[in-house]
Design a protein around this ligand. Structure first.
Ligand SMILES: Nc1nc2c(ncn2[C@@H]2O[C@H](COP(=O)(O)OP(=O)(O)OP(=O)(O)O)[C@@H](O)[C@H]2O)c(=O)[nH]1
Ligand SMILES: [Mg+2]
Length: 456
């Protein structure tokens, strides 16, 4: 258990809004608020607003609205008081100090959510969804976090866990009956069920690539040999002259990024140093980084100069991108000049079936087609999953569970005894229990909730 002292923290942004909010939670929170409020709160029913003013030693601090939640009907499961005051930093600070002088304690990061978890108002996956929801960087991320907050992911994990418990109990039953020498382990049936569950878990694990972009912007990389117009395209896409453009190949030496909103997705557009064989020393460092950026990018916009035949520098880029087919869109720039057929045929050879989007950065032609392409790509990569894993902790535990189940499947194939299988199943089950917070330690909780911000 934990000490149910009264904690307090601002729960809205401290500056810029017309209203600020603070929350008190803990045993005696209502009585504590009552001591400074102009109206009686001791006998006030929960689930209601009360308008009045906060005062300290007969001096009015502010006109406020107080909302009371009586335990257990609150976010934390404790008595909670939420105070809305005018959106001024000094007022908020004074209210905070007044309650701290009266014995309340400033909440630690994530402490409200931690109490909600400890009071079984939500499991660990749901508590973490609160932080993800606030940090969500696109509409799909918001949708996914809401689903997780409402228990969608927990439900899927619980269902897999229950099936594993069922398998464990099948082999454990055999331990009980072993002296009577009744062979009741249906090895084949268990192996098949393990394979189905492993596939379900792997599908979840594979969504992590998408999920990582839910709490940070999606990296879209402009890549190509020098002078094809990557920086010009970057400027056209963000609609301002952000990057230097020149006819001198090797103008961009290091990558430059800019965050923009494309079709409800927060996109980090990255302009990179042109890749070529004869790069100068500084440029080489930029080129090396471009190679790393290829690995990290969600989507690569391969830029070519349509007016020229493909040369050996183009080939270096094409070769490098061969194994990234799945995340490439081709932008044929400078369509205002002539279109060289050799470029199109070489592209078709390297990237069969990927269409070339013909544009002109200089004339601002078809830039909207690139926006639409990025938007459509990100949409298909975020919306065709039931649940998306966004969190490194979840990813690690799911992978550990799968590794364990793969070992268990081998043990089943070798028809090992029930004692061995039982231990294997229990280990796999434990990983899922850690995921939902059914088994946990203070250290794990400290780690998780310290990554929240104060007020959550
Ligand atoms: N005709 C024409 N010229 C273009 C177009 N886009 C870019 N350019 C010109 O191509 C040259 C190179 O443009 P940049 O945008 O600097 O090319 P880059 O790919 O960023 O080059 P590096 O930074 O050296 O790798 C400049 O002279 C641009 O004005 C276009 O659509 N049409
Ligand atoms: Mg450039």
């Amino acid at each position: 258990m934990y000490e149910k002292d009264i904690i307090i923290a601002p729960i809205s942004a401290l500056q810029g809004g017309s209203i600020n909010m603070l929350r008190l939670s803990g045993e005696g929170a209502v009585e504590c608020a009552d001591a400074f409020f102009s109206r009686d709160l001791i006998n006030a029913p929960g689930g209601r607003f009360y308008f009045g003013h906060l005062q300290n030693k007969n001096r009015i601090i502010d006109d406020v609205i107080v909302y009371i939640f009586r335990a257990p009907h609150s976010f934390t499961g404790e008595d909670v008081v939420e105070i809305s005051c005018h959106g001024n930093f000094f007022i908020t600070e004074e209210i905070l100090n007044t309650f701290i002088d009266a014995g309340c304690r400033l909440a630690e990061p994530g402490e409200f959510s931690r109490r909600a978890f400890l009071n079984s108002k939500m499991d660990l996956l749901q508590a973490e969804a609160v932080a993800d929801l606030i940090a969500a960087k696109n509409k799909s991320a918001v949708k996914n976090s809401l689903k997780q907050l409402h228990g969608g992911l927990s439900h899927s994990i619980q269902s897999i866990k229950e099936k594993l418990i069922h398998l464990a109990s099948m082999v454990e039953l055999d331990i009980d009956f072993s002296e009577e020498e009744i062979d009741i382990i249906p090895y084949d049936e268990i192996r098949k069920e393990i394979e189905v569950l492993t596939d379900d878990l792997k599908r979840l694990i594979n969504t992590y690539h998408t999920g990582k972009n839910f709490t940070s912007s999606s990296e879209v990389l402009l890549l190509g040999k020098p002078n094809v117009g990557k920086s010009s395209l970057m400027n056209a896409l963000i609609n301002r002259e952000r990057v230097i453009v020149s006819g001198q190949p090797g103008t961009t030496r290091d990558h430059i990024h800019e965050d923009i909103l494309i079709h409800d997705h927060l996109v980090r557009l990255i302009d990179s140093a042109g890749i070529r064989r004869k790069a100068e020393a500084i440029e080489k460092a930029g080129v090396k980084r471009s190679v790393q950026l290829i690995e990290d990018a969600v989507l690569i916009l391969l830029v070519v100069d349509l007016s020229q035949p493909a040369d050996s520098d183009d080939s270096i880029v094409f070769e490098q991108l061969k194994k990234h087919h799945h995340k490439i869109r081709i932008i044929g720039n400078k369509k205002d000049l002539s279109v060289h057929p050799d470029m199109l045929s070489t592209l078709e050879k390297y990237f069969t079936g990927i269409p070339v989007i013909q544009v002109s950065a200089r004339e601002k032609e078809n830039i909207d087609v690139i926006h639409d392409t990025i938007g459509a790509y990100l949409r298909t990569h975020t919306e065709d999953h039931e649940h998306i894993i966004t969190n490194a902790r979840h990813h690690r535990l799911l992978k550990q569970c799968v590794t364990q189940l793969e070992q268990t499947r081998e043990a089943v194939e070798q028809q090992l005894g029930p004692e061995f299988l039982s231990v294997d199943f229990r280990t796999a089950i434990n990983y899922l229990a850690e995921l939902t917070g059914d088994v946990t330690t203070d250290d794990i909780l400290n780690h998780i909730f310290s990554n929240f911000c104060i007020g959550k």
